[in-house]
Design a protein around this ligand. Sequence first.
Ligand SMILES: [Zn+2]
Length: 63
Amino acid sequence: MNNTPMHCPGFEANKSLTSVTFKCPSCSKTVEVFSDEFDRPHKCPGCKQQIDFTKVTFEGSSA
Ligand SMILES: [Zn+2]
């Protein structure tokens, strides 16, 4: 099970992950969150507020 020794380490994970971008409801900074992070608290990198996903406006998806 080692026939692809130089396989890109991020590729497999990316196949099952989607990410979405939205503007922080507090500071309007564009934030990107991956699909596996929706089930846990996420803080905005700009204003450090915990983001309420039910209140953000999603701008799109990278998928
Ligand atoms: Zn913010």
